[in-house]
Design a binder for this molecule. Structure first.
Ligand code: ADQ
Length: 786
């Protein structure tokens, strides 16, 4: 079918070209044949007139009409001659044969004879008009009307015209070269042209036949060649260009193989470069990301590894339900995965997870859309305890956040951490379809995974993203296995943090503890010839598109629903906080600030309400349990101090909320409070801004959250400074609508532009460049010194 299409693509233009050629060639051919025949007829006429010259001259001079008629009637016997007429030197018609057209004068005959097309159309067909001069030797060379002299040309218009009479000079036309010749008259010779037209038609027919046969032969050859060789030859060439030529029977000769390789690679490089030159789109969408993957990474397989799964299947009284966990990582990476497809490997922690997977522990998600595969890994309670709760959350989490909670490191936890990392690495190898997948390793649960993957899949591109802060070398040195962790992470091709500050901390830590070559200028670290790019990629959220925002209830509706649900006073200033119930999020500090506000500005008592949504997290750890207890006690204290019947200044909702409920709260609020003590980025503040399409609301943001570097229009606070935070709450509560709008518009444009697809695109584009570089280097190595 494809071959047929290709042939048609060639044959149709060929047919058009041939028809075009015939269209142009036929009129040309007519002109040329006419010119040839005209020349022939003139010569023929000249010969005839030459033979009659003396007799005609005498008859004209005498003048003897009967003699002239006899001469002309005899001459016209020639089958190709149509008629002859004789004109005297002044252009007066003296005699014409019978068939000479009525009304054709000597002057008009001369005019026709001098045209490019000396044809005269008559009822019976066209005739050729030729004029031939008749002369005699001059008795008086001084007084005779000479050919070409004024007077002799009266009926012709000019002497020059006479010189070209009949187009072809006849023997008689040579007369003017001799002053001894005297013009006696002219013969108008009309040749029958029907035979010329017949010949011309024949020629035309032959030409059309020739062009048609030529087209047919070319088409036949094309079709045959295409049929015989297209499949084999072109397929072979294509296979070679794709690099499959090694198994093709049409292999290039071995000595050409390096050139074919080179050509193929250069073409790929050019194509990559061209795509890169196109530049990034202004607002990244899932669609852009998908096309970036297809172009820059050629649709390579993408595998994500994280501890937290994007969807949990849970048992509940109504049956099995699917839930989205409260996790910044999931919030950010899930839309990317929906855009990229591929496989997400994560710990299956839902109570109904096992019942929801197929024989390979896979389930397609999101439910109903099934854009990608979720591959679940099952952990024993001991593994989960050691790897997740122990090493990751009692060790690395407080170590990296420096939030004044002492990290705990146990040998058994470390062992479990190593084993679980290895199990995930094995799962990556099992899920990889080729030897060079793109693996996105997420977070501090998998510090050892990059090196483990590299050991099994050296060609893989491993992008590790560390979602939490990286401390200074002194703090990190507390971990007994700091070297192993650094070595594990340096198995990554690219290692990403949210900020430059965290990148610098990491490079200084490596510098302190490992033998490595660090090139700060290029942000690279090399250990034993293995290079890792350390780069900052500030994470973000998926910007809600119009279809989504159109479905949102209005801000007023959201406000009313929240007021009704929580039994709040209707005339109030509503501040909200949405977090995992984690000590790093500064929940205690913000409660203290609310308390301080009510102390400093008692006019707010009864009118200021703070709603804290806190999703329970890591509750089996003592530190978290005691933190939650502490928060509850402080909440009770504030409510006891400032509350009154029908009014509680603080509402603590210690439960998981679905994304729609969180969004409703953001839209209902006047103020969103984010007071993390240390946060890699913090997505809550970005979600708040995205929810406010009414361009109202104030963000109070901790300067210790990575987001503070981008969201400078927020009221930036030091959460450890209670007074400052309380003042910021006061300022937010009284901020004029115009100022709110100004700040919100700017914040929204930042988050919209620097959305999560851009985050992923930057990393994946860097990965694409890195892969290209690796390919070029491998090629150079293969070719070696010549
Ligand atoms: P987290 O520490 O989980 O993320 P964050 O970035 O604030 O923190 O994201 C929390 C997410 O959970 C948000 O999407 C939020 O809406 C949701 N959430 C919070 N409380 C919830 C609740 N009660 N019910 C339902 N959903 C809730 C880590 C790092 C961050 C970094 C992210 C992404 O600690 O610094 O921003 O990864 O890299």
């Amino acid at each position: 079918m494809k071959t047929l299409r290709l042939q048609l693509r060639f044959l149709l233009p060929l047919a058009v070209a041939l028809v075009g050629a015939a269209y142009i060639a036929l009129p040309l051919l007519d002109q040329v044949t006419l010119r040839w025949f005209s020349r022939d007829l003139n010569s023929r006429g000249a010969l005839m007139v030459n033979a009659l010259s003396d007799a005609v001259a005498e008859a004209l001079l005498e003048p003897r009409a009967d003699r002239l008629a006899t001469l002309l009637d005899r001459a016209v016997q020639d089958e190709r001659l149509f008629a002859i007429a004789a004109c005297d030197a002044n252009g007066v018609l003296l005699h014409a044969t019978r068939s000479f057209p009525d009304g054709l004068s000597c002057a008009r005959s001369l005019a026709i004879a001098n045209r490019t097309d000396p044809r005269l159309k008559l009822a019976g067909g066209a005739v050729h008009v030729g004029i031939h001069v008749v002369t005699r030797p001059s008795p008086d060379p001084t007084g005779a009307p000479w050919l070409g002299a004024p007077g002799a040309s009266d009926w012709a218009g000019s002497g020059a015209a006479l010189a070209t009479e009949g187009r072809v000079p006849s023997a008689m036309e040579k007369v003017p070269t001799s002053p001894a010749s005297e013009l006696v008259g002219r013969l108008v010779v009309l040749h029958d042209m029907s035979f010329i037209e017949k010949r011309s038609q024949d020629t035309r027919r032959y030409l059309i036949g020739f062009i048609a046969s030529l087209g047919f032969v070319i088409a036949l050859i094309t079709v045959s060649v295409a049929q015989l060789s297209w499949r084999g030859w072109v397929k072979g060439a294509r296979a070679i260009m794709r690099g499959e030529g090694l198994v093709s029977p049409l292999l290039p000769p071995p000595e050409l193989a390096p050139f074919v390789d080179e050509l193929r690679n250069s073409l790929r490089d050019l194509e990559d470069e061209y795509r890169r030159m196109q530049g990034p789109p202004l607002e990244w969408t899932g669609e852009h990301l998908r096309s970036l993957l297809q172009t820059q990474l050629r649709g390579d397989q993408v595998i994500v590894v994280s501890n937290r799964e994007p969807y949990l299947h849970e048992h509940c009284p109504e049956g099995i339900v699917v839930r989205r966990p409260a996790s910044g990582l999931v919030t950010a990476v899930e839309p990317v995965m929906r855009a990229c497809s591929g496989t997400w490997i994560a710990h299956g922690s839902g109570s109904a997870d096992l019942e929801s997977v197929d024989g390979n522990d896979r389930v397609a998600v999101p439910p109903g859309m099934e854009d990608y595969l979720l591959r679940r890994i099952w952990l024993t309670p001991e593994e989960e305890q050691g790897y997740y709760y122990g090493f990751a959350n009692e060790g690395l989490w407080p170590l990296c956040h420096v939030a004044h909670v002492r990290p705990v490191f146990r040998e058994s936890d470390w062992e479990a951490y190593r084993q679980v990392n290895q199990r995930f690495a094995d799962a990556v190898v099992a899920e990889a379809r080729g030897e060079d997948p793109v693996v996105l390793v997420q977070d501090y649960h998998f510090a050892l995974l990059p090196a483990m993957i590299r050991a099994k899949l050296p060609q893989a591109t491993v992008l590790t993203f560390w979602h939490i802060p990286w401390p200074n070398p002194e703090s990190f040195g507390i971990c007994p296995w700091h070297k192993e962790i650094l070595q594990g992470m340096l198995g990554s091709t690219i290692l990403g943090f949210h900020t430059r500050f965290h990148c610098r901390n990491f490079m200084e830590t490596v510098d302190r503890f490992l033998e490595a070559r660090i090139e700060a200028e290029y942000s690279t670290i090399s250990v034993q010839d293995k290079e890792t790019l350390v780069e900052s990629y500030p994470i973000s959220i998926e910007w809600p598109d119009e279809a989504r925002t159109a479905a949102w209830p209005s801000v007023a509706q959201c406000r009313q629903r929240v007021v009704d649900r929580l039994g709040l006073p209707s005339d109030l200033c509503l501040a909200v906080g949405v977090d995992r119930f984690d000590y790093t999020k500064g929940i205690l500090e913000r409660l203290n600030a609310v308390e301080r506000l009510l102390e400093k500005a008692p006019q707010w008592i009864g009118r200021f309400v703070f709603v804290q949504v806190a999703a329970p997290t890591r509750s089996s750890l003592d530190e978290y349990r005691s933190f939650q207890d502490h928060v509850e006690r402080v909440t009770e204290r504030i409510n006891a101090r400032f509350g009154r019947p029908g009014y509680r200044p603080v509402h603590l909702l210690a439960q998981h909320h679905e994304p729609d409920a969180v969004n409703e709260l953001f839209r209902a609020a006047d103020i969103c409070v984010v007071t993390s003590l240390h946060d890699g980025m913090n997505l809550v503040c970005k979600e708040f801004v995205a929810a406010r399409d009414d361009q109202q609301g104030v963000l109070v943001l901790s300067r210790f959250a990575g987001a503070a570097r981008e969201m400078t229009e927020a009221l930036i606070v030091n959460p450890y400074h209670v007074e400052e935070t309380a003042d910021a709450l006061q300022r937010a509560a009284t901020m004029p609508a115009a100022e709110q709008r100004e700040r919100m518009v700017s914040l929204r444009s930042t988050v919209r532009e620097f959305n999560v697809f851009r985050w992923a695109a930057r990393m994946l584009a860097d990965a694409g460049r890195w892969r290209l570089r690796a390919r070029v280097e491998a090629r150079v190595r293969r070719l070696g010194p010549r």
